[in-house]
Write a protein that binds this ligand. Structure first.
Ligand SMILES: [Zn+2]
Length: 294
């Protein structure tokens, strides 16, 4: 099925999009690095830094929660201010032009919605919400941030290296002095409304994405190495269903042997060029570009 071909030529992407009018788009961390949100993984898919906290450690250990929220208190300041970049804007435009069946994102930053994308499934949740594990009460992260700062004034003045997911590096500090508020309604544990490592994605969320994939005629991966199985499984399902897959990503992906088209370039510049070419295609048939690119 896969006719692996690698282009460093963005011109190859526009004909792919034009040939498949209902795209299932899967995005990852590479979309948001241009907005100042660091990536967890390097070009080979390895960890750049220590892996993030697991669900089991967060729920099972109060000291882990203190450490998580202390780091997050500092990291959120920059994360919460991040703005969409050219990648998000190009994908919002493709949706507005009626080319996208759904956008499934592994990112938790909400930047696709901020850029204007409407049909988005947040596979791993959203970091701008906090949820009670007992009563399901949900509150805005910004509101919770104010409460964290009120209870921990000396920590609020700390600064640290920005890290992925609003986390921050604050080593060698005594986290036991950090006060973490419980749910105001029931006293339960509050957790960011994101899927942690070791935690299951809600079944209905996966089912919705699968239904969209069935409706789609191709898959487009943007800025993801697909190293996490929750994203990779959709590439496998697309390949099984005979749907072609294109990927724009700097570095290898776990699905490289399933790809019909691979563009190893910056995703923002590539998508902007593709949308520009698609806009011109009424006067210049893209089939001619395809011959040139192929
Ligand atoms: Zn509660």
């Amino acid at each position: 099925m896969a006719m692996s071909s690698t282009h460093d030529n963005a011109a190859a992407l526009a004909p792919f999009i034009e040939a498949h009018p209902r795209l299932f788009v899967l995005t990852g961390a590479g979309c948001s690095t241009g907005s100042g949100i660091p990536d967890y993984r390097d070009a080979d898919g390895g960890w750049k830094r220590r892996p993030p906290v697991t669900y089991q450690a967060f729920v099972g250990d109060a000291a882990t929660r203190s450490r998580y929220w202390a780091r997050s208190l500092v990291g959120w300041r920059r994360f919460g201010r991040a703005r969409p970049n050219g990648t998000h804007e190009a994908l919002a435009k493709l949706e507005a032009d009626g080319r996208i069946e759904v956008l499934l994102t592994q990112n938790v930053d909400g930047l696709h919605q901020a850029a204007g994308s409407r049909n988005v499934i947040d596979l791993h949740g959203r970091l701008d919400r906090v949820r009670c594990l007992t009563c399901e009460r949900s509150l805005a992260r910004a509101e919770f941030q104010s409460e964290l700062e009120r209870r921990n004034p000396s920590w609020s003045e700390l600064d640290a290296l920005d890290a992925p997911d609003g986390d921050a590096d604050l080593e060698a500090l005594d986290f036991s002095t950090f006060a973490v508020p419980d749910c105001a309604a029931c006293g339960g544990i509050l957790k960011p409304d994101v899927v942690f490592f070791g935690e299951n994605i809600p079944r209905d969320r996966v089912d919705r994405a699968v239904a969209h994939l069935e409706n789609a005629d191709a898959m487009l991966v943007v800025g993801s190495s697909l190293m996490v199985f929750s994203g990779y499984r959709f590439a496998r399902a697309a390949a099984r269903a005979g749907k072609p897959i294109a990927a724009v990503n700097l570095g290898r992906t776990r699905a490289d042997d399933l790809l019909s088209l691979k563009i190893e370039r910056d995703c923002g510049a590539t998508l902007e060029e593709a949308t520009t070419l698609l806009d011109r295609s009424t006067s210049f048939p893209l089939s001619r570009l395809r011959e040139r690119a192929g």
